[in-house]
Ligand binder design. Structure first.
Ligand code: ADP
Ligand code: MG
Length: 289
């Protein structure tokens, strides 16, 4: 496109809530064949809530919540905030954990009141040698909740079932993108059952679940063989995947790291802005060549 067309496109983008850092990316947007969409915080609100609490026989619900929330204070993950909020709502005040280590895409390990505690995905607990019994896990999966397992002293205490609602704008935005001829693929570190529910609600038939943060960029890279790939994300973990895409979008409410990595920033936290960007790219830049 001519420099004038790019300037016009950038100005129209700004008015439409699309901040253009890389003008070439806005030019390319019209050619996006596959759009990779992060789940948490992009399709969903990014404000998960604990909807179910399952404890093993003889385990106190309050004790489990307190241990889990205390350790989760060391994590910035939205799930961690949900666990802390649910615990405070139960009238319990988390204590300071010791030696806490957050493992991206998995959970947190550390000590609470001197006892070793694990909080995270069923896979994470199993890898640490404390698998969650099926009778605790199964009801959460049937309900398509994200399971957050809790273990102390090498024993599984139970699991919390967490849900993060779809953004009200996501379903219509996905339909618009599909109508523009874009193949939408959801990428998430979440459990397949919870991933399938959100994909279904959003009208997305193609998704990859349990993708570790370090694997997201490779997943984007793999799709590049099938045409120009766009990626939308919000999290710190999304930065490498954003960098791997041909055209990258950061949700404005997301982390500074994601915004830094992306070509275009969506002020409105709304996937419709990606459809707007593609339409703008076609209308303004595609024609004036
Ligand atoms: P997403 O792709 O949805 O943004 P992440 O890669 O951040 O997800 O996390 C993937 C999974 O790792 C979560 O669904 C959860 O099971 C687990 N996990 C990561 N961090 C935490 C945490 N602080 N507490 C509990 N579970 C966690
Ligand atoms: Mg996210």
């Amino acid at each position: 496109a001519t420099p004038t067309a790019v300037m016009v496109g950038t100005g129209q983008g700004a008015r439409a809530g699309i901040l253009v850092k890389n003008a070439e990316a806005l030019e390319l947007a019209e050619k996006i064949k596959v759009l990779v969409v992060d789940k948490t915080g992009t399709l969903t609100e990014g404000r998960p809530a604990v909807l179910d609490v399952r404890t093993a026989a003889g385990v106190s619900r309050d004790e489990m919540l307190l241990l889990a929330a205390s350790l989760e204070q060391a994590s910035h993950h939205p799930l961690a905030q949900a666990v802390v909020a649910a615990t405070r709502a139960a009238g319990l005040e988390p204590v300071m954990p010791e030696g806490a280590q957050a493992v991206g895409g998995k959970g947190v390990s550390g000590r609470v009141s001197g006892r070793p505690v694990l909080v995270g995905s069923p896979d994470f607990l199993a890898e640490q040698g404390v698998p969650l019994p099926d009778d605790l896990l199964a009801p959460l999966l049937v309900a398509a909740l994200t399971p957050v397992g809790v273990a102390v002293d090498g024993r599984a205490l139970g699991a919390l079932g967490v849900a993060d609602p779809l953004r009200t704008t996501s379903k219509a935005a996905v339909a618009r993108l599909q109508a523009l001829g874009v193949r939408v693929v959801m990428l998430t570190g979440d459990h397949p059952a919870a991933a399938a529910r959100i994909a279904g609600e959003a009208g997305i038939s193609e998704f990859r679940a349990q993708v570790l943060p370090g694997e997201k960029a490779a997943a984007v890279e793999a799709l590049r063989g099938e045409g120009l790939v766009g990626m939308v994300g919000d999290g710190i973990n999304d930065a490498p995947a954003l960098a791997a895409a041909d055209v990258s979008f950061a949700i404005g409410a997301g982390s500074d790291v994601a915004i830094e990595a992306a070509d275009l920033t969506l002020v409105r936290n709304d996937l419709n802005s990606v459809a707007d960007a593609i339409s703008l790219s076609r209308a303004t830049l595609g024609k004036i060549r």
